[in-house]
Design a binder for this molecule. Structure first.
Ligand SMILES: Nc1ncnc2c1ncn2[C@@H]1O[C@H](COP(=O)(O)OP(=O)(O)O)[C@@H](O)[C@H]1O
Ligand SMILES: [Mg+2]
Length: 141
């Protein structure tokens, strides 16, 4: 009954690459306040920027459009959701990158999964793509 509600911060960002740095600064400040260490903050910034870049470049690739980010400040964890209402993709068909013979690109989701503790991606041709990434404070992965 008396459950404490988590703090939430929501942003709507124009579909323009120059705004990714605004998100990086925002998430850095949120993570810093929550007590993440410098390395974890760096990981969170990289993962968040990759998710935003995907929303911009693969979602609705129209500069007149925008995408949304939600930060949930939970006890001991930060949950970051990036939503676009773009064209979506066959998320289950995305292959792991070949790290022996690396190609340019195709690393974003792999990087996000290696830097964050929990990652869920859903994609739908009508509704676009949502990526939900969780990082636990003080948990070194
Ligand atoms: N928000 C998105 N909307 C639509 N497709 C996406 C989205 N994010 C990722 N994808 C698909 O997943 C693929 C892999 O993404 P990623 O690992 O970041 O590599 P890259 O962005 O370099 O292609 C993309 O090429 C794209 O087809
Ligand atoms: Mg990418």
């Amino acid at each position: 009954m008396n459950e404490k509600k988590n703090d939430e911060i929501k942003l709507t960002i124009p579909n323009k690459p120059e705004y990714v740095s605004v998100v990086r600064l925002t998430v850095s400040s949120i993570a810093n306040r929550m007590g993440f260490d410098v390395e974890q903050i760096e990981d969170i910034k990289i993962a968040t920027a990759e998710a935003c870049t995907n929303a911009i470049t693969h979602g609705k690739c129209d500069v007149e459009e925008s995408f949304d980010i939600k930060f949930i400040i939970d006890e001991g964890k930060l949950v970051i959701s990036v939503f676009d209402n773009g064209k979506g993709c066959m998320i289950n068909n995305i292959k792991k990158p070949d790290l022996i013979n690396p190609k340019e690109g195709g690393l974003g989701i792999f990087i996000i999964k290696s830097l964050m503790d929990d990652v869920k991606i859903t994609s739908d041709a009508d509704k676009g793509t949502t990526i939900i990434m969780t990082k636990y404070v003080g948990e070194d992965t």
